[in-house]
Write a protein that binds this ligand. Structure first.
Ligand code: PEP
Ligand code: MG
Length: 762
C-alpha cells in the first residue's frame, strides 16, 4: 500500500469515467445511460446493462432491463425475468458475481431474442446491493470469449455499489417524479409487519436503522493513499477499542459481560477481513465505502446461512464493520440516536443493544431473534418493547420513518396513518397510567381480598436484571437462570466469575430469597465454546440435568460456585428437567459432596440450604408424592411442562400459542400438582411465563399456588389483579370445570367474566 497520503494516486480508469458520467446529468435514466456508456468504454466490452428489481420485492419481483449500451435499446423497460431465471436472475438470487467465458453454454443461459444478445460470449454479472438487499444486477458482456480479471470483477462490484446509492438517492429526492417509478426502492406507504412480541410494551417513535447506509457523497476516493491511511488508522483504533472491551476498560454495563467481546477481537485481527478492506480501497473506494462493500457482500452471504450458531458468529463480524464506520466518521462507539428511537436491525447482540443510550430508545424491532435470546432477555430487563421475527421489515423501512411498535400483539406499523396514531396514542396513555398505578403498589404485598398472601417473584439471570428487584417491588428471585451467564460468554465462566455473579444476586436480594436453577443447557442453548451435538429434537434431547448427570464435572463446578456464594447466607438451588425421581436424588448427592468438600476445606458454609426440584415434565407430575419426599420445594416450570403436555414447541411461532394454558386439561394438571404438594407439606411455586399473566396468575392463586415467579413486566399487572381477587370465589368457578367430563375448551372466558363482574383490573 501507499503509506504517504500526500502522493496523489489516481483511482482506476473506470472510476474516473464513472465520476465524469455522474457529473452534470439530470434524470436518473440519463445517469443510468451514462453509467453504462462509461462502463462499456472503459472496460472495453460490447455490452453494459443494468437490471433492477421491480416493486413487490422478494419472491415474485421481476428484474427489469433498465439501461443498456450494446443490447437493443427497444428492450429497455421491456425485458424482464424472475430472480433465479437465466444468468442475470441467478446473480440476483445468489447475490454473488458470475464470471463466464462462454455464457451460452451455461445451463442457466436463457436466450432473449428481443435484446439481440446472440453474438456475446463472455458474461460478467455482479449484484447491486444495498443494506443487504439486492436491488438489481449490473452486467457486462463481450463478443470475444474471455474470463474477466479479478480486478475487473472488483471494479464492477465497486461501481455497483455507487450505482445503488444513486438509484436510492434519486428516488428519495425525486419522489413521484423519480424516473425509476415502480422499481422496488425506498417505500412510502403505510404498512404493517407482523412479528412476535419478545419483550412487551407499546412505543411510538422514529426509525433508526442499526446500520445506517454510507452517505453517497463519500463513495469514490479522491486520493487512494489518503484513504489507505484512514483505513489503517481506523483498523488500529478498532483493535484498540475491542482490546479495551475485552480487558474490561469500557465503562458501564458492558463490563459485566466482557467475554462477549472476545469473539469481536478474533475478527478485528482477522487477516482475510482486513485484506478485503484493503483491496476495496485500492480499487478506488473511500475507506467508508470499502467497509460498506465488504459488509454488503458479507450480509448477502449471511442471509443464506441457516445455522443459528454460524449466523451469530457472522453477525459479530458485521457489527465490527459498523464500529469501523463510526470510527471513520469520527464518532465514538456509543451510538447517538434521536429521542424516541425505534431501533431496527436484522439481529442484534446484547452488547450492541447496550451500546445505545437506553434513555433514548423507545423500542427494538428485529427481523430475526428469538424470545430466549440474550437481546430479548436484556430488552425485557430494561423494559424495552421488542418485536422479533418481523420478516422483511428492513426492506420496508427507511431511516426517519415514523413507527408504532405494538409489542403486545407483535405488530410493527410503519409510516402509520393519523387515525392509527390516534388509536395507538390512547392505548399508550392507558398503559402509562397503569404503569404509574403499578408503581404505587410497589411497597404493598399481594394479598387477595380473602386474605391469601402471594409471593410475587422475579425471573432473572444476569446482572442487568438485579436492579429490577427493587424497581418492581418483587419478593425475591424465584428463578435465577444460571445458564445465561454461560450463554453470553465466549469462554466458560470461571469458578470465581460464577461465584461473583451468584453472590451479587444474593446481595441484591438482601433478606429476600433467591432460587438458583442449575445449568439448563443443551437443546438449542448451545454455548460458543461447546461443540454442538446435532439432535433431531433438541427440546427433548440431551439437555439440562441429563448433561449434568452424564458429565458431572461442569455441574459440580457450578455447585461449588453456588456453595461459595452462599457462604453465611441462605442458599436455595433447584435442578431443571428432572424426569424421574432418581435423577433428583443423584443431583442432590452431587450437591452434598460439594458441601462436604467445602466443609473439609474449612470454608464457610451457607447458613441455610434448600434444594428443590423443577417440575417441568409431565412424568414428574405423576411422581409428585415421591419427589416431595426428597425435595425442600417444588417449582413448576410451566413453559416446559406445557410444551411437553401439549406436544407443542414453545419456540415455534406456528404452534406455540395454539393451545390455551387456561384449558381445563392444563389447569387440572396444575391443580393436581398444587394439591399433592400441599398434602405433602412441600412449598410449591410456578415460574413459567404464565405466572406473569394476570388471568393465568389468578387461576393459579385460586388453585392454591402462593408463590409465582415471572418476568419483571408481569409483577405490576399481576399484583393489581391479585389484590382485587377473591381467590375462593374464583376457585368455585374453576374447579367444577376441571372434571374430565367437561366439554369446555377454555376457562379463559369464564375467568374474564368473573373479573368483569368483580371489577378486577386485567
Ligand atoms: C420453564 O420451563 O417454565 C422455566 C421457567 O424454565 P425455562 O423457561 O428457562 O425453560
Ligand atoms: Mg424449563
Amino acid at each position: 500500500m501507499n503509506a504517504d497520503p500526500h502522493i496523489i494516486t489516481t483511482p482506476p480508469k473506470l472510476m474516473r469515467a464513472i465520476r465524469k458520467a455522474m457529473a452534470g446529468t439530470e434524470s436518473v435514466q440519463e445517469r443510468l445511460d451514462d453509467f453504462v456508456a462509461a462502463i462499456r468504454s472503459s472496460m472495453q466490452v460490447e455490452v453494459a446493462s443494468i437490471y433492477l428489481l421491480r416493486q413487490g420485492s422478494g419472491v415474485g419481483a421481476d428484474l427489469e432491463l433498465s439501461a443498456t449500451q450494446g443490447l437493443k435499446r427497444s428492450a429497455v423497460h421491456k425485458t424482464r425475468m424472475k430472480p433465479g431465471e437465466g444468468l442475470v436472475g441467478h446473480v440476483a438470487l445468489t447475490a454473488r458475481p458470475l464470471n463466464l467465458a462462454d455464457a451460452p453454454s451455461h445451463p442457466l443461459f436463457s436466450y432473449r431474442p428481443e435484446t439481440g444478445e446472440d453474438p456475446f460470449s463472455s458474461f460478467l454479472g455482479v449484484p447491486i446491493l444495498r443494506g443487504g438487499r439486492t436491488l438489481g444486477v449490473l452486467v457486462v458482456q463481450s463478443k470475444t470469449s474471455r474470463s474477466f480479471l479479478e480486478e475487473e470483477v472488483e471494479d464492477l462490484l465497486t461501481v455497483a455499489m455507487v450505482l445503488a446509492e444513486i438509484i436510492v438517492d434519486d428516488e428519495r429526492v425525486g419522489g413521484k417524479k423519480a424516473a425509476l417509478k415502480g422499481i422496488a426502492l425506498s417505500p412510502t406507504k403505510p404498512e404493517t409487519v407482523q412479528g412476535r412480541a419478545f419483550a412487551p410494551g407499546l412505543a411510538r417513535g422514529i426509525a433508526v436503522l442499526h446500520r445506517p447506509p454510507v452517505a453517497p457523497a463519500n463513495l469514490l476516493a479522491e486520493n487512494i493513499a489518503l484513504e489507505e491511511v484512514r483505513l489503517e488508522t481506523a483498523i488500529s483504533e478498532l483493535r484498540k477499542n475491542v482490546d479495551a472491551m475485552v480487558s474490561g476498560e469500557v465503562a458501564g454495563i458492558t463490563r459485566a459481560s466482557r467475554e462477549i467481546f472476545d469473539a469481536y477481537r478474533t475478527f478485528a485481527y482477522d487477516r482475510k477481513w482486513v485484506g478485503r478492506l484493503r483491496e476495496a480501497v485500492t480499487s478506488g473506494l473511500t475507506a467508508e465505502a470499502a467497509v460498506e462493500r465488504v459488509r454488503n457482500e458479507h450480509r448477502a452471504r449471511l442471509m443464506k446461512v441457516r445455522d443459528p450458531y454460524l449466523r451469530a458468529r457472522l453477525h459479530d463480524l458485521e457489527d465490527l464493520a459498523n464500529r469501523m464506520l463510526r470510527l471513520l466518521a469520527g464518532e465514538g462507539i456509543e451510538r447517538d440516536v434521536p429521542e424516541d428511537a425505534v431501533l431496527f436491525a436484522r439481529e442484534l447482540g446484547p452488547a450492541e443493544l447496550l451500546d445505545y443510550d437506553r434513555e433514548k430508545l423507545a423500542a427494538v424491532v428485529l427481523e430475526e431473534g428469538t424470545p430466549s435470546s440474550h437481546t430479548s432477555i436484556i430488552a425485557r430487563a430494561l423494559g424495552l418493547p421488542l418485536v422479533g421475527r418481523a420478516q422483511g421489515v428492513l426492506d420496508r423501512i427507511e431511516m426517519g420513518d415514523s413507527v408504532l411498535v405494538d409489542a403486545e400483539e407483535g405488530a410493527v406499523h410503519l409510516r402509520p396513518l393519523e387515525t392509527q396514531v390516534a388509536g395507538f396514542q390512547l392505548r399508550l396513555n392507558i398503559r402509562g397510567e397503569m404503569t404509574r398505578a403499578y408503581d404505587q403498589l410497589r411497597f404493598r404485598r399481594a394479598v387477595t381480598q380473602d386474605g391469601k398472601d402471594v409471593d410475587l417473584m422475579l425471573n432473572a439471570g444476569l446482572l442487568v436484571d438485579l436492579p429490577q428487584l427493587d424497581q418492581a417491588g418483587a419478593d425475591g428471585i424465584g428463578l435465577f437462570r444460571t445458564e445465561f451467564q454461560f450463554m453470553v460468554s465466549d469462554f466458560m465462566p470461571r469458578l470465581a466469575q460464577q461465584t461473583e455473579l451468584y453472590r451479587k444476586a444474593i446481595e441484591a436480594a438482601g433478606d429476600r430469597p433467591v432460587t438458583f436453577r442449575t445449568l439448563d443447557l443443551g437443546g438449542d442453548k448451545i454455548l460458543p465454546y461447546m461443540d454442538p451435538i446435532p439432535e433431531e429434537n433438541p427440546a427433548i434431547g440431551w439437555r439440562a440435568i441429563r448433561i449434568g448427570l452424564d458429565r458431572p464435572g461442569l455441574m459440580r463446578y457450578q455447585l461449588r460456585a453456588l456453595v461459595a456464594a452462599g457462604a453465611g447466607r441462605h442458599l436455595r438451588i433447584m435442578f431443571p428437567m428432572v424426569t424421574v425421581v432418581d435423577e433428583f436424588i443423584e443431583a442432590k448427592a452431587l450437591f452434598a459432596r460439594e458441601i462436604a468438600r467445602a466443609s473439609k476445606l474449612g470454608q464457610e458454609l451457607p447458613a441455610k440450604v434448600e434444594v428443590g426440584v423443577m417440575l417441568e415434565t409431565p412424568s414428574l407430575a405423576w411422581q409428585v408424592d415421591a419427589v416431595c419426599d426428597h425435595a425442600d420445594f417444588v417449582s413448576v416450570g410451566a413453559n416446559d411442562l406445557l410444551q411437553f403436555f401439549f406436544a407443542s414447541d414453545r419456540d415455534n411461532a406456528r404452534v406455540s400459542d395454539r393451545y390455551d394454558p387456561l384449558s381445563p386439561a392444563a389447569m387440572s394438571i396444575m391443580s393436581f400438582i398444587a394439591d399433592r404438594c400441599r398434602m405433602n407439606g412441600t412449598p410449591v411455586s410456578v415460574c413459567g411465563e404464565i405466572a406473569g399473566r394476570p388471568l393465568e396468575a389468578m387461576a393459579l392463586v385460586a388453585l392454591g399456588y402462593r408463590s409465582l415467579s415471572m418476568p419483571v413486566t408481569g409483577i405490576g399487572p399481576v399484583k393489581s389483579a391479585v389484590m382485587a381477587l377473591n381467590a375462593e370465589a374464583l376457585r368455585d368457578v374453576i374447579v367444577p370445570n376441571l372434571r374430565v367430563t367437561t366439554r369446555l375448551r377454555s376457562l379463559r372466558g369464564l375467568i374474564a367474566e368473573f373479573c368483569a363482574e368483580h371489577g378486577i383490573p386485567v
